[in-house]
Design a protein around this ligand. Sequence first.
Ligand code: SAM
Length: 299
Amino acid sequence: MSWIQLRWHLQSDQVAQAEKLLTDHGAVAVVLESLADEVVLEPDPGATPIWQLVRVKAFFHLDLDVAELGAELKQLDPQLHENCEFDFIAEQDWQAALHQHAIDRRFADRLWLLPKSRAADPRPENIACLYLEPGLAFGSGSHPTTRMCLSYLAESVRPGQRILDFGCGSGILAIAAALLGATAVGVDHDDQAVLATTENARFNAVDSDQLQVFNLQDWQRLTEADFVPFDVIAANILAGPLQQLAEHFCALLQPGGRVVLSGILPQQVDSVVEAYPLIDFVKPVIEDDWACLIGIKNS
Ligand SMILES: C[S@@+](CC[C@H](N)C(=O)[O-])C[C@H]1O[C@@H](n2cnc3c(N)ncnc32)[C@H](O)[C@@H]1O
């Protein structure tokens, strides 16, 4: 099916009203993008911060009355003729387009990350296959911060180890660890992530003996009462929270246990290392301007 596409440049305070107007006029989808490459990293659950300058894209059926919609939009944006344009977009195979982003990657010849659509294919022996939905920035394995953690886990996890994936998102790291023979725990402060991890674990036939998933509040109650120390803690959650969580992570780790910390910009490495005096770090791994820190608890 073909569509009419509208592209409109707006200030952040105009966006809510614009979205309503477009939806009221039958937009089947409204997409917001940053116009000036402003980066919003990891908002808190429920928070929806927006960029100062926004590109709004809306898609309409071909019977849209463009003149009527244009007249209404002009009331919200008097400079409409400069900020807005309509064009046609042709039929595309969206499913095929999505699968171009599908991940198909092996890690240390022990872990093979594949899209869910390949789950029915014959499975090779001697390599753990992890199936996830393609296309998401995080959690599908297409982001470098995730890939660096997966490489480390695939190289180092041994059967029987206890692994904590803090900030589990889709569960990719925890499920990978479980498929490599570890007993994993996934924790996230976002209930959607807890749900996604649980569903992805089920899809990959990882049961609750191999992987337990908690939201942050339940996890805090549990760890206050009782916990068994971990052999590995993996956390791909940005430098700020990694620094705040340093003491918690060190308390949860066995002497000689390891951390793999990701989501760090190269210029933030020193401040993260400083927050972990009990950990001896090796040289950071860098990929696509992201750093990943691997270290051993020294006491
Ligand atoms: C960048 S994603 C990483 C997801 C996945 N572990 C990966 O490596 O692709 C970060 C995840 O951590 C969660 N998160 C961020 N800060 C957190 C915090 N302070 N406590 C618990 N979860 C947190 C977010 O909700 C999100 O699901």
